[in-house]
Design a protein around this ligand. Structure first.
Ligand code: PRX
Length: 654
């Protein structure tokens, strides 16, 4: 059955950069016919090069692809300096604090703030090109200054999401061997102060010899411990820094940042991004997908701890010379109208958020958007997880008033920028469908042997040609990089990038993402490896074995469901299971952070294993969903275990 389509608003389409599907097709055909020529054109047109590149794409060491080889640039010149002549008094960042406080940071002020912070890092802390700087920051303008200050002097930043625990932060500091940490005393959430610096203190208590200095932005001025010779107040030091700073001349392929993300096995991987390819695609997608214009105000609600915050709060909007809104709080505080009030007051034109947030806002205030003037909105974006048709419809009808384009953008930490997405002035969309690959992106849904799947069949979502903003490697582990992304699908003898997602293509070529096909789960748009959560849970002294799966959740997309086998000596003597659940969640919070807490923890007598000892997660997923087990269980070492697990789940009331 053909799904209902929604066509672009005609008035909007007239002024859009890509105005119709013919224009889209022309761009795509150009890329298909002359791939390098296509990218060469955009790289020359969009980037302010310090020195031109001499090779567009080097595939000689695949999959370690290199783009714009030999080119020199500095990403902060692309994001700031080149705007000074034309838009120095334009708002670069509009900051809204949790308690409603606002700051407007013009491009000229941004230039000064970034340069001062860059000078501080370079001259006071001795940070040099290639050094790693970890940012553990709230959503305040200084977080953006810090990222850009690193880029200015060629240091590699690694932002760690503020919801991660001290242990998780320590792992990331150690893996990157960071020289400096930039943090804040804390910030505000839901009207109250919360703290970050104590988490940094805990992380640095042991095993971080690489860290020399900690720079602390004082945001909420709560008491924190200061360690002499290590901890420095940004607020005090910044005053005396000069506001110009010579940008480091960077090679196209020098690393710009690391961002740790979860895989299906092992510890989080430090996804490494480049300078030129990354910034090019960040800017181009900002222009094509959000169609941001000179006088627009754009708001992405992500946190800078995730890739969305990197590409679509900081780098993309600033490279495009846009006005980007940064929000410290949560869209539901003080009430479910907060986000809509901000849209009204700031006259937001593009609004970009996650399906979980849309579902929460819908649930908390179905008619809330109608109380506000949302007529400024033109493009509504969604990202991070599949959106369900009811949430999509509400977003379209009630938030967008039936006149806004919805761009359901599929991409990943590893892709750097959008890959599959509607173009707001061109693409007829189907609800909850990411539609088509962007021009220049060769996305295909394949079988493992590289053959395309038939329409309507699920396959593996792959990118069959390298693209400029792609992951370059996993920090310190090139073999893992190859194995994780180029080990599963081979097309015409060539390993191609496999995303870990499943997808379906319909008869008209529309691509719908069906979700991860590996052991990665997506809770409220936060990506987590089941292996990581399992290894945290195993640290509880009573746990012998554990298996974690995702279970569909009406708000969060997926929730975490853990099956636990207790050690023999405690299994009988254990009193309250409630206590155990609490304790296990405390272990998870300590090892990873509150975001990875399990919603259901069930003690079971054993796990469904094959004779070779492999846990059959498919069975566990089906039980968690309350589904009938249809697959053959006779190959299990102990087929009777399935019924026992089902019984345990029933008893636990999960
Ligand atoms: O499963 C896909 C899902 O989020 C994963 C990437 O997570 P992360 O690297 O944390 O980046 C999130 C923000 C880009 C993907 O493998 N995902 C992302 N966007 C969508 C999506 N699933 C369905 N629809 C989307 N639009």
């Amino acid at each position: 059955m053909l799904q209902e389509k929604y066509y672009p608003n005609k008035e909007f389409a007239k002024q859009a950069r890509i105005k119709n599907m013919c224009e889209y097709q022309e761009l795509m055909d150009w890329a298909k016919e002359d791939y390098e020529g296509f990218w060469d054109h955009w790289a020359k047109e969009k980037i302010d090069w310090i020195e031109p590149y001499d090779k567009i794409l080097d595939e000689s060491d695949a999959p370690f692809y290199k783009w714009f080889v030999g080119g020199k640039l500095n990403v902060t010149q692309q994001c700031i300096d080149r705007h000074i002549d034309v838009r120095k008094n334009k708002a670069a960042i509009i900051f809204e604090g949790d308690r409603g406080d606002r700051q407007i940071i013009t491009y000229l002020r941004l230039y000064r703030e970034v340069n001062r912070m860059a000078n501080l890092l370079r001259n006071e802390f001795g940070v040099k090109k290639g050094d790693r700087v970890v940012l553990y920051m709230p959503m305040i303008p200084e977080a953006a200054y810090a990222m850009l200050a690193c880029a200015r002097i060629g240091a590699i930043h690694s932002v760690v999401f503020g919801g991660f625990s001290a242990e998780a932060l320590r792992d990331r500091i150690q893996d990157a061997e960071a020289k400096v940490i930039i943090t804040a005393d804390g910030a505000y959430r839901k009207g109250a102060p919360y703290m970050l610096k104590p988490v940094v203190d805990l992380a640095l208590e042991e095993g971080c010899p690489s860290v020399e200095k900690v720079l602390v932005v004082q945001r909420n001025f709560e008491d924190v411990i200061w360690i002499g010779g290590r901890d420095y107040s940004y607020n005090e030091m910044i005053e005396s820094q000069p506001d110009t700073c010579e940008p480091e001349v960077m090679d196209s392929e020098d690393p710009l940042f690391l961002l740790y993300t979860s895989g299906s096995t092992g510890k989080p991987k430090g996804v490494q991004h480049s300078q030129a390819g990354y910034i090019l695609w960040a800017q181009m997608t900002m222009e094509w997908v959000f169609d941001v214009k000179e006088n627009d105000t754009y708001w992405c609600t992500a946190d800078i701890g995730w890739i969305t915050g990197h590409t679509y709060i900081v780098y993309g909007p600033l490279a495009a010379g846009a006005t980007t809104v940064m929000f410290e709080g949560v869209p539901t505080y003080p009430d479910a109208g907060r986000a809509w009030k901000m849209v009204q007051e700031l006259r937001i034109n593009q609004f970009y958020t996650a399906p979980t947030a849309i579902r929460v806002l819908h649930k908390m205030g179905e008619h809330e958007p109608e109380k506000y003037d949302l007529s400024s909105l033109k493009v509504l974006g969604t990202v991070g997880e599949p959106i369900d048709p009811p949430a999509w419809k509400w977003y379209y009808d009630v938030v967008g008033g039936g006149k806004c384009a919805i761009v359901d953008t599929w991409w990943q930490t590893e892709t750097g920028g959008h890959m599959i997405s509607p173009l707001p002035g061109a693409t007829p969309v189907k609800p909850a469908c990411a539609t088509f690959p962007l021009p220049g992106i060769m996305a295909e849904v394949l079988e493992r042997d590289g053959t395309p799947v038939a329409p309507g069949e699920q396959g593996l979502l792959c990118i069959t040609r390298p693209w400029p903003s792609m992951i370059r490697t996993i920090w310190g582990d090139p073999e893992r990089f190859k194995k994780s992304y180029f080990g599963d699908v081979v097309k015409e003898g060539q390993p191609v990038y496999f995303s870990g997602d499943g997808a379906v293509v319909d008869e008209e070529g529309y691509i719908t993402i069906t979700g991860r096909v590996d052991d990665v789960i997506n809770v409220s748009g936060h990506r987590m490896g089941t292996a990581e959560i399992e290894s945290a849970i195993k640290k509880h002294p009573h746990v012998a074995e554990v298996a974690v799966v995702g279970r569909p959740d009406p708000i969060k997309g997926e929730s975490i469901f853990a099956y636990i086998v207790l050690k023999d000596d405690v299994a009988d003597s254990l009193g309250e299971e409630v206590e155990l659940t609490k304790e296990i969640n405390e272990v998870i919070a300590r090892e990873i952070g509150n975001i990875a807490k399990a919603d259901a923890i069930v003690v079971v007598p054993g796990l469904p294993k094959t004779r070779s000892g492999k846990v059959m997660r498919r069975i566990l997923r089906a039980i968690a969903k309350g589904e009938e087990i249809k697959q053959d269980i006779s190959t299990l070492e102990d087929p009777s275990i399935v019924e026992k697990i089902q019984e345990a789940v029933r008893c636990a009331g999960c």
